[in-house]
Design a protein around this ligand. Structure first.
Ligand code: FAD
Length: 452
């Protein structure tokens, strides 16, 4: 008898687990209340990166004179942008649906909850559907955190789900929160010509990142005229006709035409009746072990609801590992996900990407490291692109030469980090990078130089 596997939530975690488990022979049912592809496709990764790509093209169009081209002022057509997002979303949604169909996954459109340790109920438009399961995956994602002092109205005060695309182009946007999501919004809206005030609760934007990396971004934000309210926490928003005022705890008031909340997310776990199966939560997240099992071994959690790195890429990786674990393959120690080695990227200008050990982290723990850093300008391709800003930093073990981590700031950083991600995951040495005969002229040559 095939393993009966029921999945609640069809985002990157859920749909990847479904595809792999079905491919490996499980009898898979996936319950999704919105669209397969999840929030990642509907509100987060896809709409954000689509608009950021347009913003990037717009900001690049302003500096093409250096390449011998004459400048024409580009204008954003918000209606076309909406259409573009819809086309990409639809395409990806049908791609995921087709893949699930081709593997024989049963998709139920409905809202699911647990009704026992081996039972799930899906509320559908045709009534409840009861599902029996040998294994269950909770991959219900997360939603924007909205503090009590803020009342998003979808017009003047927006959550991240209301801003890609926004109802209208803000003239002056007050962005609350300077983590990854916040700075990506700042980048995009400033590329489109909006004035921006950014509320930064600490003394550095991207507080969890390498200070040198954060400083490179801050320089660009200041160059664009972004006002930074450092060391300030928003504690109220007043909406008047055509304007917003964001009150901060240090007495400052940020005035603008619109405000955007980018202050993190909370897990979607409250209506799942997890207690009916004895599943423990912590602050709404479902704690998991290295196999992504909850405290109830046949009930797994993955993606944002698992409280690990809230990245689509990590969610998909967890989904695949869960499928393999349920089907009894690849359970050896070295196949566990090492969250410390997950690459991440920030799609700003300059683009930022990092992986593995950070310099500050090594410093804090007293670990001996070798740090090598070269500017992008050292690669001929950076000159050719007329875009020489940025750097590559590689962190390695001074005794063995093994690559432990790295940061890249500059054009295509999110693509280039793959080399360092591979090196960190496979325990490659800096000499392995140096010995790779790279194509020329490419930005990767800066990587090779940093590895010298
Ligand atoms: C603005 C923004 C931009 C981002 N950009 C990136 C990026 O560029 N790269 C990256 O790696 N990550 C990015 N992320 C993070 C990424 O979107 C999430 O980490 C990812 O979506 C998590 O995947 P998931 O499978 O956990 O959940 P989700 O994608 O949230 O999917 C969960 C699904 O579960 C469904 N669901 C919930 N409850 C139920 C229920 N009871 N019954 C049935 N279905 C249910 C939901 O409808 C949803 O479809 C971004 C996040 C934000 C906010």
């Amino acid at each position: 008898m095939a393993v009966k596997f029921v999945i609640i939530g069809g985002g990157p975690a859920g749909n990847t687990a479904a595809t792999y488990a079905a491919r490996l022979g499980a009898d898979v049912t996936l319950v999704e209340r919105d669209i397969v592809g999840g929030a990642a496709h509907l509100w987060d990764c896809i709409p954000s990166k689509t608009m950021i790509a347009t913003g990037g093209a717009m900001s690049f169009s302003r500096r093409i004179e250096g390449m011998g081209l004459s400048h024409q002022d580009a204008h954003l057509d918000l209606a076309v942008q909406r259409e573009r997002i819809a086309v990409i979303e639809n395409h990806l949604r049908s791609q995921v649906t087709q893949l699930l169909d081709s593997q024989g996954v049963r998709i139920i459109n409905g809202t699911a909850r647990l009704s026992g340790a081996h039972a799930v109920v899906a509320e559908t438009s045709e009534g409840p559907v009861e599902l029996e399961a040998d294994a269950i995956l909770v991959s219900t994602g997360s939603r924007p955190r909205i503090p009590a002092w803020a009342c998003p109205d979808g017009e003047r005060v927006l959550t991240t789900r209301q801003a890609y695309p926004p109802p209208e182009m803000p003239e002056h946007l007050v962005v609350i929160g300077s983590g990854v999501t916040g700075v990506e919004f700042v980048h995009m809206f400033s590329s489109f010509g909006a004035k921006i005030t950014l509320i930064v609760s600490r003394q550095q934007v991207l507080p969890s990142k390498d200070p040198e990396v954060a400083a490179a971004l801050e320089d660009e934000l200041l160059r664009r005229g972004v006002r930074l309210f450092k060391g300030a926490r928003a504690e109220g928003i007043d909406v008047t006709a055509g304007a917003v005022e964001v009150r901060c705890d240090d007495g400052r008031v940020a005035k603008g035409s619109h405000a955007l909340l980018a202050i993190g997310s909370i897990p979607n776990s409250d209506d799942l009746d997890l207690e009916s199966a004895g599943v423990i939560t912590d602050g709404g997240y479902i704690p998991i072990n290295h196999h992504c099992q909850s405290n109830v071994p046949h009930i797994y959690a993955a993606g944002d609801v698992s409280g690990k790195l809230p990245l689509s890429s990590v969610a998909s990786m967890q989904g695949r590992k869960i499928a393999e674990h349920i089907m009894g393959i690849h359970t050896r120690e070295h196949r566990h996900i090492d969250y410390e080695k997950a690459a991440s990227a920030i799609f700003t200008e300059p683009e930022i990407a990092d992986v593995g050990l950070a310099e500050a982290e090594a410093f804090a723990t007293g670990r001996k490291i070798r740090v090598t850093k070269v500017p992008y300008a050292s690669a001929a391709k950076a000159m050719i692109n007329d875009d020489t800003g940025g750097f590559v930093k590689i962190i390695s073990d001074p005794a063995t030469g093994v690559v432990l981590g790295g940061s890249i700031v500059g054009r295509h950083a999110a693509e280039l980090i793959s080399v360092l991600a591979l090196a960190v995951t496979a325990n490659l040495k800096v000499s392995d990078i140096v010995e790779s005969c790279l194509a020329h002229p490419t930005l990767s040559e800066a990587l090779a130089e940093a590895a010298e």
